[in-house]
Design a protein around this ligand. Structure first.
Ligand SMILES: Cc1ncc(C[n+]2csc(CCO)c2C)c(N)n1
Length: 228
């Protein structure tokens, strides 16, 4: 699998190139080195997994907002399918995966959202609410496409430990066919919206949104539990 989304001339490729320093800090974060060589402490991964479950719930709200902000039946239908897939399938898979790490559904539901999660998801929802469908899709792209880039790179990297690496499954999911196809689909939609909603004329603002979401996605690798 490849990510044609990185080809020049495509909106995502331009955003990624113009925020290259921030992007590299996100996709080459020490958390990921720890996943690749298997040295990440299990507790750090558990903390991340709980927050990621809560993140996916907020992501479902973003999909719902994307339907609201859209105006075209075909793309509304396709986002509705993604939303149903997330709520009916992906969340269930995440719960099963968390159970393998000793986390029950109650553990997931009980944990408060971290500051990083709150800042990240509410910022995306705010960009989407105060902007249009293009602002929202740009704000979602770092997360959707970044994980595919990370998964593909780690799968192809000879330094990634395969035998006895407890994190290999995570890498295989995000570098796998299903997830990479989802990322490419999102990037294609972004290119359509770039034309229909005039990305060139408002590029400076789109880049600011993108940069902020990349920084927030980077902070998400190491969420701090929010406790009173
Ligand atoms: C912090 C964070 N960022 C991106 C993903 C990647 N991801 C995996 S499933 C999904 C929803 C697509 O239906 C997305 C965006 C993640 N899990 N957590």
């Amino acid at each position: 699998m490849t990510l044609p989304v990185l080809e020049p001339g495509r909106l995502f490729a331009r955003l990624r190139r113009d925020c290259a320093l921030e992007w590299d800090a996100y996709v080459r974060h020490p958390f990921l080195t720890g996943l690749a060589d298997g040295t990440l402490p299990a507790e750090a991964f558990r903390t991340y997994l709980v927050q990621d479950y809560l993140y996916l719930l907020q992501y479902a709200r973003c999909y719902a907002l994307a339907i609201y902000k859209d105006g075209q039946a075909a793309s509304m239908r396709s986002t509705a399918r993604l939303l149903a897939g997330l709520l009916d399938t992906e969340l269930g898979l995440h719960i099963e995966y968390c159970a393998q790490w000793g986390l029950s559904e109650d553990d997931l539901a009980r944990e408060p959202e971290s500051l990083e999660l709150l800042a990240y998801t509410r910022t995306i929802l705010d960009y989407g609410q105060s902007g249009d469908i293009l602002d929202l899709m740009v704000s979602l792209s770092a997360c959707l496409i970044g994980y595919a880039e990370i998964g593909l790179r780690l799968l192809a990297d000879p330094a990634t430990r395969r035998e006895g690496n407890p994190y290999l499954h995570w890498i295989e999911v995000y570098g796998g066919e299903h997830y990479v196809a989802l990322a490419n689909q999102g990037a294609r939609r972004l290119d359509e919206l770039a034309i229909s909603h005039g990305a060139d004329a408002r590029y400076a603002m789109l880049k600011r949104c993108f940069r902020t979401t990349v920084l927030l996605e980077t902070a998400f690798w190491t969420p701090r539990p929010l406790r009173t």
